[in-house]
Write a protein that binds this ligand. Structure first.
Ligand SMILES: C[S@@+](CC[C@H](N)C(=O)[O-])C[C@H]1O[C@@H](n2cnc3c(N)ncnc32)[C@H](O)[C@@H]1O
Ligand SMILES: [Zn+2]
Length: 281
């Protein structure tokens, strides 16, 4: 709930501490933010939604796919990194930027008893779902390309899973012993569907670009690739396509025809790089 995390949030206008009063978050300079009926708060400095947030259909497809357990190996990898961070120091707060439905953050919180979680996403439908994903999550609508509405040094583990990230802001909000856990697809990820359904291809240079973006701000620690084969039925494939960036590029009817033409069960590769970064000294 928001009340669990409010003391770690910051006013997007002036950076001051926020307090929860009734159904409003407010700062000492008089800026106020209404808590939505569904339990999240918008800390976007302007009005409305950031441009790049996922649609309600994409978020619903993502929830279906994740709840079916197809990405449990990735969820397990995230939880394992939370446990490793606890071996180095206390984990009292986990932040997930581009949190989507809050599925990974919920698993991270289960791996850190008593810790609170901040879910940040630019999509209202995502922020709504994340608010209900775990009792210790506070869900915030915000844009990761702007200043994060989170107080300096208040986060022990930050997650970014298939999501955009701004290194300097993540560095600012992490504690010195904190860890940033980044999951990015390798060019082999979903390869079978990239070929047959014409999904967007992962840039071969993505690992290099990630390393460049982090250099100077973070040092890379543990890293490895989670690779596995999923056996997907048509409904799973439809959800997987519907939740991803390729959903923007073809009409629903055209996509449904393509999926119907696939074998009843399709073997699809998961190949995801898991990298842990620590704040540079
Ligand atoms: C591919 S989804 C991943 C969601 C979640 N991490 C997961 O793996 O299930 C990317 C997420 O980033 C969010 N997003 C996109 N642009 C954003 C931005 N500028 N600020 C915050 N979130 C953003 C989208 O709304 C979406 O929920
Ligand atoms: Zn303020």
């Amino acid at each position: 709930m928001l009340s669990d995390v409010v003391d770690r949030l910051a006013c997007p206008h002036c950076g001051s501490a926020l307090e929860l009063e009734g159904s409003e978050l407010g700062c000492e300079r008089g800026h106020g933010f209404d808590v939505a009926r569904q339990g999240y708060v918008s800390l976007l400095p302007g009005s409305g939604q950031a441009a790049s947030g996922d649609s309600a259909e994409m978020v619903a497809a993502r929830q279906l796919f994740l709840d079916a357990g197809h990405y449990d190996a990735l969820v397990g990898a995230v939880a394992a990194e939370v446990v490793r961070t606890r071996e180095r120091g206390p984990v009292e707060c986990v932040l997930d930027v581009g949190a989507g439905t809050g599925h990974y953050l919920a698993a991270g919180l289960d791996a850190a008893p008593g810790a609170v979680g901040i879910a940040v996403d630019a999509s209202k439908p995502a922020a709504r779902r994340a608010a209900g994903a775990h009792p210790r999550i506070g869900s915030v609508l915000a844009d990761v390309w702007q200043q994060l509405p989170v107080r300096e040094g208040s986060v022990d583990v930050a997650l970014t899973v298939f999501a955009p990230r701004g290194p300097s802001e993540l560095r600012r909000v992490l504690t010195p012993h904190g860890a940033l856990v980044v999951l990015t697809p390798t060019p082999r990820h979903l390869g079978e569907l990239v070929d047959t359904l014409g999904l967007l291809r992962v840039d071969e240079r993505k690992p290099e670009r990630l390393a460049d973006a982090m250099a100077g701000t973070f040092v890379r620690g543990r890293h490895g690739v989670v690779e596995q084969t999923m056996q997907l039925r048509h409904a799973d494939v439809a959800a997987l396509v519907g939740m991803g960036p390729s959903a923007w590029h073809l009409s629903t009817a055209a996509r449904a025809d393509q999926v119907a033409a696939l074998p009843e069960v399709v073997a699809v590769t998961i190949s995801v790089q898991v990298s842990v970064y620590h704040p540079a000294p």
